[in-house]
Design a protein around this ligand. Sequence first.
Ligand code: LLP
Length: 422
Amino acid sequence: MSIVSTPFTYIEGELFCEGVPLSRIAREFGTPCYVYSYTRIVENYRRFKGAFAARPHLIAYAVKANSNGTILRILAREGSGADVVSGGELVRARAAGIPPEKIVFAGVGKRSDEIEQALREGILLLNVESIAEMETVGRIASRASLHARIAIRVNPEVIIHTHPYITTGSTGDKFGLPVSRAIDAYRRARENRSIEAVGVHMHIGSQITDLSSYSKALEILHDLARTISDEGTTISYLDLGGGLGISYSGEPVPGPGELSAAVLPLLEGFKGKIILEPGRSIVGDAGVLLTTALYSKPSSPRSFLIVDAGMNDFIRPALYGAQHRVLPVIDREGPEKIVDVVGPVCESSDILAHHCALPKIEAGEFLAVRDVGAYGFSMSSRYNSRPRLAEVLVRGEDVFLIRERENLEDLTLRERIPKFLS
Ligand code: LLP
């Protein structure tokens, strides 16, 4: 189990990101805004890399966790590949300098244009999720005289202890193919001259802290690999997906070292390359959401602290009941009260943190919601016509605006008014 330090620490009562006080960032760029630590992202990536160094491997960062171009460039410079799930993510990964031979493309609903885009880019693997999709890939490849290297995504149907919305490898999930169907898919792939099935893919879920799910899934994949290799398919890539959890409440959780210790011994007979697709464990603890307190509303049975960040800016608590720690940017002694930290959006589920112990917070004070680097900005929206927020990167004592706050004109930029109304 590893407890890792955080780049967000109090120095003389004031919360810093690396060498920069968060209050300075809040004043300079306004709130709400996301703040990321460069150093933590790089450390997290290197920890993963180091854990798997004993075997040929590729870390394909899951772009969906945080797709900001600067973050992708940081990871590209470290040598990371990318796991993408749309043509948009593929374009972002390529623009950040991630070479096609380090890109894998998953997703149950790839459109034909996205498949063609991926084939033309010459990415490493299309991770195919159904037989119908595989046939479409074959047709597109043959029509465009392109070669399609694929992995079949297998649903090992294991029980995963995480939020039901983020399991992807259990019975009834829409992802991948159960083992028997996967064997059939490899047979069909061998008959299709435009397709070369070179890999097996799994991604069993997200925020996984019980590593036995990986071991169980791998044993199932092992048997599958043996069956298909006896039938003549050589597996050069074993893609284990992402899913490693992080510590949202400070409790120790397994890190990449424990993951590699759990899975590598099971892969001793495998000669090919291992692919990993971490997202959350690379960027999750590297980000906070800075917000300003607007109003306190003591009431019974709940007291509210209303802040200027809402569920449109950060949806994890509303969508999954996720618990994130909230810290005052200026620390102080004094009695704490239990409050629900809520946003301005017109929904009762617009909650940033349930049942949060905080000292008395005055209007205008800054707060930081922790561990929001993954699935924070990337899941934000403009609901309630709230422009998307800014993103800031800290590296040592330097601060960089890496995404400007949207303005009110951005809200209607792409709308068109029909003639009869203008
Ligand atoms: N690979 C594939 C094919 C995936 O679908 C995902 C995440 C990953 C890798 C990266 O998983 P990670 O290492 O980040 O757990 N929005 C949810 C998480 C959804 C994850 C979707 N797939 C949340 O905020 O918890």
